[in-house]
Design a protein around this ligand. Sequence first.
Ligand code: ZN
Length: 150
Amino acid sequence: MGSLDELYREIILEHFKSPHHKGSLANANRTGEGMNPLCGDDVQISLLMNGDTIQDIRFDGHGCAISQAAASMMTDAVKGKSVEAVLRLARGFKAVFGVKDDSTNGQKAPPPLTEEEMGDRAALEGVKKFPVRIKCAILSWNTLLETLNK
Ligand code: ZN
């Protein structure tokens, strides 16, 4: 596991140092903000929705490497996707950490994400060993869900 942990750490640091889709969209039609006071992380999301599709996305914010790398990975995962596909990714990702999505209202847990669906985000899986950091990993996903629900 040692080398895999190292690889994962590198992926997280890479996203933290060179985040994808960082900034804000001048033509955003939805924005949202989320905070994780436990760690001092905050994330702002701006979306350009085209009907039911996230045509473009940016995030901004600051905080620990986990929260910012997770936000960068989240933008990669959802850009160009429909809301329905994003909900599945969000639920599946949160399920990795044993966090149920309220919107499922007692429904069965979603089928686990495939390796391809997890992508770089597999690097965050190790966080589940550190319960206080789970909020860091899912902050951007929760913020996205809230923004989509507005
Ligand atoms: Zn954090």
